[in-house]
Design a protein around this ligand. Sequence first.
Ligand code: 2AM
Length: 175
Amino acid sequence: MQTRRLFFGLALPDALQQQIVSWRAQAFPADIGYPVAAANLHLTLAFLGDVHTEKATALSQLAARIRQPGFSLTLNDAGHWPRPGVVWLGTRQAPRGLLQLAALLRSQAARNGCHQSPQPFHPHITLLRGVTQPLSLPPRDFSFSCDITQFSLFQSMQTQGRTRYHLLDSWPLSE
Ligand code: 2AM
């Protein structure tokens, strides 16, 4: 049976994606890695891996039952993980709602047989990939904010060697 590579995550508004891309261009040297395309900037809540349709349907049904209020996300932190070669944008203080939502989705995924990383959840938006050399991070004088009012299920697709995240479904965050 066919599988799809899926994850739950937060989409970012188009305007915020553009703001982040402009900031990235002046905050990091152009040649240190592969910049993630603006439309692909997102925050992963729970990675599901390659799943069959039945499991995706079951997890979507559980997601649809989640009742949680929205929250405000302030992106004011950045870091570099040399081993995966990722430069990321994150938050110095993760909102409780974000942590609760991710914990719930990750536990539902685990209970349905989707292996979850034993690493603690570190909410982040991947900005650059393939960055294995040490780099100096920009001063923490930046801050981007947005209101998160929904979460989504995405499919990771490879077309002509390019990754694209296709939004499959979204659910509101409102009690
Ligand atoms: P990354 O940006 O830190 O690489 C689609 O691949 C999304 O799922 C990306 O946000 C990616 O995180 C995340 N992802 C991929 N593999 C993962 C894994 N094994 N565990 C957790 N998240 C993963």
